[in-house]
Design a protein around this ligand. Structure first.
Ligand code: MLT
Length: 334
């Protein structure tokens, strides 16, 4: 126990030393989980441009694409310890560190980009920013709106839940998403994002889900053939900054970070609308086949809502809290 204690003291000292040196640094490091052309990349580019402009060129950022600075979940740990400045990653990879964020991965909670914008930029989003600072030591300063996560696989078209049963599907290490696939009748395979392309390529798993923009930027069309156009989860990807790095900056730099995050968020919503149809058509031209789920996705939705939601009422602040959110989105209460 004494060893663990001294180790954590040593780590804290290291983090403090690193973060105080970062306070002077003119170039901040930004980890990006996805590749070039992704919504994450676009958010990072806009953030970098505006941040530089707001600091009068004094400060800069460097983007490291394709998980070069570590798997998405690892970057939350690193940022929390002050060892990394910024990270852009999918919200599902933040949830394990701050459970209330799970409201953004609850199946069928968000039904449009407008719902996603409303949730992240309204009262709920503000509360989630505070919760992640408290729980995970990172501050959300921007959001991407990346589109609905569609299901891809290498074996055959999937229209109904019955079609899903013989497939091995990769999911992030996210309890709500694991439970969603269980409600759909299969046991999914949790796998880190950084291992997913290889997992698909080697046939360790047959399929996965992610938005069109991500499927394209990660070149999944090279290892996947069939897409099912489900709409169970609207993908949101935050830009987080290490809270200790943020706090070690002077007020004007903190303000530049917040302003650049806001500008990049506004840009992301517009960019999605411009890009998604084009990217979808490109994937088809590269040989992918798109299938619509049977009966307007009714069986997928009924099973996920009835079996997954009740399990998470407590973690997400209670049923009344969820009803408040549903009401704010103009939806029926549960
Ligand atoms: C995941 O499936 O782990 C994430 O959505 C990956 C991503 O960042 O796009």
């Amino acid at each position: 126990q004494r060893f663990v204690k001294s180790l954590s003291v040593a780590l804290c000292l290291t983090a403090a030393a690193v973060s105080s040196s970062m306070a002077q640094a003119a170039t901040f490091r930004v980890a990006v989980g996805d590749g070039a052309g992704s919504a994450q990349h676009e958010l990072g580019l806009k953030f970098a441009e505006v941040f530089k402009e707001k600091t009068g060129g004094k400060h800069d950022t460097q983007l490291f694409l394709n998980g070069q600075l570590g798997d998405e979940q690892a970057t939350v740990n690193d940022a929390s310890m002050g060892l990394l400045d910024f990270s852009i990653l999918a919200i599902n990879n933040v949830t394990p560190f701050s459970p209330s964020v799970g409201v953004l991965t609850l199946p069928y909670m968000m039904q449009s980009v407008d719902d996603a914008v409303m949730l992240t930029q309204g009262e709920v989003g503000q509360q989630l920013v505070e919760n992640t600072i408290r729980d995970a030591g990172v501050r959300i300063v921007g959001w991407t709106y990346t589109g609905f996560r569609v299901l891809t696989n290498s074996k055959h078209p999937v229209q109904s839940l019955e079609d899903l049963q013989d497939l091995k599907i990769r999911v992030p290490q996210n309890e709500i998403m694991i439970d969603t696939y269980r409600a759909w009748g299969i046991n999914p395979t949790p796998m880190a994002w950084s291992e997913t392309f290889t997992g698909l390529q080697l046939g360790v798993v047959d399929g996965q889900d992610n938005p069109y923009l991500t499927v394209s930027s990660m070149k999944f069309d090279e290892v996947q053939k069939y897409i099912t156009d489900i709409r169970y989860l609207f993908s949101i990807e935050p830009l987080i900054v290490s809270e200790s790095v943020f706090q070690s900056q002077p007020a004007d730099v903190q303000q530049a970070i917040l302003d650049a995050g806001k500008a990049a968020t506004e840009h992301s919503a517009k960019w999605l609308v411009e890009q998604e149809d084009k990217i979808k058509a490109e994937l088809v031209s590269k040989g992918m086949e798109i299938t619509q789920p049977a009966n307007g996705e009714k069986e997928w939705m009924d099973k996920a809502i009835s079996q997954v939601w009740p399990k998470y009422y407590d973690q997400l602040g209670g049923k009344d809290e969820l009803n408040k959110i549903l009401k704010s989105l103009g939806r029926d209460e549960i």
